[in-house]
Design a protein around this ligand. Structure first.
Ligand SMILES: Cc1cc2nc3c(=O)[nH]c(=O)nc-3n(C[C@H](O)[C@H](O)[C@H](O)COP(=O)(O)OP(=O)(O)OC[C@H]3O[C@@H](n4cnc5c(N)ncnc54)[C@H](O)[C@@H]3O)c2cc1C
Length: 432
């Protein structure tokens, strides 16, 4: 029997999922695969675990839900803590896989394994789809990625004028029960991934769980229940609580929800409830997200290099004491400290916080910005390769900021935490 394999990566949903929908339409038996890549749980060159417990836990929750949602479609999800080409080739042989459906990736570590399997499987038909964008690469007004503008505003305005957002795919119908296979693989625990268990900090601004249904629940709350979306632009620089911003980034990062789904939900909200600057601004931010993806498509591995996409030859420091002080929240700025402790205790930090701690690290201390980016990669629940490295380059002055700004942390603190509510929350036992 011919078999279509959906190899899940950061597209962990069943709705509006192009690879899955195409596999179902292939008429073959359909099976699904997710590999926890041990590489992503090892230490990086700076000594941080590439994935720390917060994101790993979110991923575990996401996959538990995905496994069940796929079972509702009579599709089995095979799960392995092994991402070697040998293991994948074994699966291909065992299940007589003829077609592989996968989200197209382009960053080095994400691409390497796909390239290596492709080389060893000449008889397989590959179906790779860009499925992580708001504006699909075929729909943007640039013939090649090399022509993507280096200034966000230019990109945004041209896309807003000329690009369209694709429709949401129709929900899938269950396949016949006969589609099922023998499958005893299980979602691993944190311990199995070599990580410590933890209890969720009650102060967290992100108390949510992973999974497609959880993403929908969040949209239901933020858009329809509280209608906070109608105030988004006014509150998005907040620091405390669950509703100052959408908090959709962790689900977007691992693909539990698509940017298109959020876009069309905003449009529905604008039709039924209210259309204003605030509702538009959520889409504006989704365009930023797309932009960093296009920047990495244009520049490839330069986004990980110390000179960034501008090839700047700045003198960077690498001071271990400064690093420990930054990580543990022992810098001269209590605002930086509170944010860093929040990250350490929860895996979350607001956008305002991220900009300030990054600017402090790279601009004020002039420390190698890649160390900061690598620490964020380790800790963030919502780590996304393009958004993280793109934003870090931007804040370090080696990326796309035409103004190359340094944040004045003192005035940022007075502006965004005048009463000290945020600092009190995270620096409980310390004077500030
Ligand atoms: C140094 C630094 C590192 C960052 N690392 C990441 C990362 O690894 N993953 C990540 O998703 N975001 C990252 N961001 C961007 C931004 O801080 C988060 O997307 C945002 O705080 C997530 O909260 P939210 O979902 O409530 O955002 P909202 O304000 O509700 O925005 C809605 C969505 O728009 C997108 N978005 C918003 N701001 C940005 C931005 N500046 N760049 C790209 N997309 C944006 C996100 O997908 C977000 O979920 C980083 C920013 C900085 C300054």
């Amino acid at each position: 029997m011919n078999t279509s394999l959906v190899w899940f990566k950061n597209d962990l949903r069943v709705q509006d999922q192009h690879s899955l929908s195409k596999a179902v339409a292939s008429g073959n038996r359909v099976i699904a695969l997710y590999c926890f890549d041990p590489l992503f749980f090892e230490e990086d060159i700076f000594g941080f675990k590439k994935t720390e417990k917060y994101r790993a836990q979110f991923l575990i929750e996401t996959l538990s839900e995905l496994k069940n949602s796929l079972l509702d479609l009579n599709i089995d999800l095979l799960l392995y803590i092994d991402n070697t080409s040998d293991n994948i080739i074994k699966i291909i042989k065992e299940y007589n896989v003829t077609d592989i459906f996968i989200q197209k990736e382009w960053t080095q570590e994400e691409k390497d394994i796909i390239t290596s399997v492709r080389k060893k499987t000449s008889t397989i038909t590959w179906h790779e789809t860009y499925d992580q964008f708001l504006f699909h690469p075929d729909d943007i007004p640039y013939e090649e990625f090399a022509k993507i503008p280096n200034v966000f505003t230019v990109f945004r305005k041209e896309c807003e004028k000329k690009a369209t957002v694709g429709p949401i795919l129709a929900p899938l119908q269950p396949l016949p029960v006969a589609n099922r296979i023998e499958n005893n693989t299980k979602v691993p625990t944190l311990q199995k991934l070599g990580l410590d268990t933890f209890t969720v900090d009650v102060r967290t601004a992100f108390p949510f769980k992973g999974g497609e249904l959880q993403a929908k629940k969040r949209i239901q709350h933020y858009f329809w229940g509280t209608q906070k979306l109608a105030f988004y632009k006014k509150t998005r620089n907040g620091l405390v609580g669950i509703d100052y911003s959408s908090k959709l980034s962790p689900w977007l990062a691992n693909g539990s929800i698509s940017a298109r789904q959020i876009y069309w939900e905003v449009k529905q909200f604008e039709k039924e409830i209210k259309k204003n600057q605030d509702t538009y601004w959520l889409i504006f931010e989704l365009i930023w997200r797309d932009y960093f993806k296009y920047v990495s498509l244009k520049y490839g591995n330069a986004i990980f290099k110390i000179g960034g996409i501008l090839h700047k030859a700045y003198d960077w420091n690498t001071n271990n004491i400064a690093l420990q002080e930054w990580i543990e929240g022992r810098t001269p700025y209590d605002f930086v400290n509170a944010n860093m402790i929040e990250l350490q205790e929860t895996g979350w930090m607001s956008n305002r916080g991220r900009q300030n701690v990054a600017s402090y690290w790279a601009k004020e201390l002039k420390q190698d910005w890649r160390i900061g980016a690598a620490y964020f990669e380790s800790m963030l629940i919502d780590y996304d390769v393009h958004s993280n490295w793109g934003n870090w380059m931007y804040n370090a002055g080696v990326g796309n900021d035409p103004r190359d700004r340094t944040f004045n942390i003192k005035s940022q603190t007075e502006r965004y935490d005048a009463q000290g509510k945020f600092r009190k929350l995270w620096l409980q036992n310390q004077l500030f």
